[in-house]
Design a protein around this ligand. Structure first.
Ligand SMILES: NC(=O)c1ccc[n+]([C@@H]2O[C@H](COP(=O)([O-])OP(=O)(O)OC[C@H]3O[C@@H](n4cnc5c(N)ncnc54)[C@H](O)[C@@H]3O)[C@@H](O)[C@H]2O)c1
Ligand SMILES: N[C@H](CO)Cc1c[nH]c[nH+]1
Ligand SMILES: [Zn+2]
Length: 430
């Protein structure tokens, strides 16, 4: 983890450095992922099973690729009752939060026989990818599935990697059952994305694929976009803490490490106006890292993308926060709510020293699938909006069309689209 003074030069080199984490920078993986996708498209199940053997070590067949009711029942036996209670409590918060996002159809009619509106329809089948390579993510099951449920999606299928014995983590299965997933397939990586994009003998084609994953998953989602819809590309996790001298260095260090442990490509950054806090946080980071079980991943991610930046003043710090547009932003300053009003770009904003990032990962209710790699400048968190689409509604009576039909003819003729003009004219010819 590097400590640097925040200057225009450091901002520029930091932004260049962070961009290296973007899936679009990993062109060397693109051809590999492209080959996986083409093979799955052509050879369907056979290719999916071959790649699963190669990358995950499991022998899958059409008979065992899908999780059975018996496997689900067995998973409940492995999950502690206390954990099941926590999953259920988290589900209530996540559902309640997403219900507020629901959009409804609307119709505007006027007395002269004009009606226009917008009809909201959920997609028919959602495909949810739940990562499972370096860690297991039952929480991501809840975060991906609940907005689809609230939107009213008819069928939700889920893919997640299995271990070499063909087993999926029990807590992931229990979370899927509790959230209401219809079918679960034990496959991961680019082959899972391709299977949901094109369909195979065993895995149905989805209309939209959502969910985070590693570089293979992210590139595969990008590649199948257009054949299916996808959500934003949620890549390796990120945290940015904006703190002043009022912050508790232990809390700040612990929160930075909470995201560094996800992946060697994760990024953890502190921007502070206090040199004293910067030094204390660095010491706490070193102390905690030593004690944490995932220290090897943490050390690599801190070496790669860990920064402590000392800003000359709060305004410069806030400008930099907006430039970085981090997935997660914690504000631990005096007047944190006022500072929040000046933040334009961040996936999720955590305010105050008790709103630590993992509260959002597991429990508070807002979605933890968030835009990464600076894409918070134009993408939003996964939400109910991702699982609906809209149709426009137009209805005019003869009396409503008559006063304006010549306007439409004139517009159509300006575009030299005479068939358009004709379709209006024929209605008033006699
Ligand atoms: N933004 C979010 O909401 C969020 C949530 C959870 C996790 N994440 C991120 O998701 C990522 C999860 O990654 P992961 O690796 O743990 O799990 P993953 O499920 O995304 O990837 C595992 C799969 O990758 C494939 N794979 C592995 N090595 C390969 C190779 N050499 N060639 C081709 N395919 C290969 C395998 O098929 C395996 O099943 C992490 O970066 C984590 O930070 C993000
Ligand atoms: N922080 C991750 C998103 O970047 C989500 C997660 C799941 N489990 C723990 N964390
Ligand atoms: Zn996390």
């Amino acid at each position: 983890m590097r400590t640097l003074k925040l200057t225009q030069d450091t901002i520029n080199s930091l932004l260049t450095d962070l961009l290296k984490r973007s899936p679009s920078q990993y062109t060397e993986f693109e051809s590999k992922v492209g080959e996986i996708i083409e093979n799955v498209r052509a050879k369907k199940d056979a290719a999916v099973f071959e790649y699963t053997k190669k990358f995950d070590g499991a022998d899958l067949t059409a008979e065992n690729v899908e999780v059975t009711e018996e496997e689900l029942a067995m998973a409940y036996k492995f999950v502690q009752p206390e954990l099941l209670k926590v999953i259920r409590k988290a589900l209530v918060n996540i559902k309640t939060y997403h219900e507020k996002q629901k959009q409804y159809s609307w119709f505007d009619s006027s007395e002269n026989g004009i009606m226009v509106g917008q009809k909201v329809t959920p997609i028919d089948r959602a495909g949810v990818y739940v990562p499972g390579g370096k860690a297991v993510y039952p929480s991501s099951v809840l975060m991906n599935v609940m907005p689809a449920k609230v939107a009213g999606v008819k069928e939700i299928i889920m893919t997640t990697p299995c271990d070499k014995n063909g087993n999926v983590n029990p807590a992931t299965l229990v979370a899927a059952k509790e959230a209401g997933v219809d079918r679960i397939f034990k496959i991961g990586g680019a082959q899972a994305i391709a299977a949901m994009a094109f369909g195979t003998e065993s895995i149905p084609k989805a209309d939209k694929i959502v969910g985070p994953g590693n570089i293979y998953v992210a590139l595969a989602k990008k590649a199948v976009f257009g054949h299916v819809s996808i959500d934003s590309i949620a890549g390796p996790s990120e945290i940015l803490v904006l703190a002043d001298e009022t912050a508790n260095p232990s809390y700040v260090a612990a929160d930075l490490l909470s995201q560094a442990e996800h992946d060697e490509l994760a990024s953890a950054i502190l921007i502070t106006t206090s040199e004293k806090l910067a030094a204390e946080v660095l010491a706490e980071v070193q102390r905690f890292t030593h004690e944490l079980s995932r220290k090897e991943i943490i050390k690599k991610s801190l070496d790669n993308y860990g920064y402590i930046l000392i800003a000359p003043d709060l305004n410069t710090a806030i400008d930099t926060v907006n430039e970085i547009a981090s997935e997660h932003l914690e504000i631990v300053t005096a007047n944190a709510f006022e500072v929040m009003t000046r933040i334009k770009h961040a996936g999720a904003i955590f305010i105050g020293e008790y709103s630590s990032e993992p509260l959002g990962d597991y429990f508070a209710g807002p979605n933890h699938v968030l835009p990464t790699n600076g894409t918070a400048k134009f993408f939003s968190p996964l939400s109910v909006d991702d699982f609906i689409k809209k149709s426009s509604i137009i209805s005019y009576s003869k009396e409503a069309l008559e006063p304006i039909y010549k306007d439409i003819i004139q517009f159509a003729e300006c575009e030299q689209l005479t068939a358009h003009a004709n379709s209006i004219r024929v209605r008033f010819e006699d």
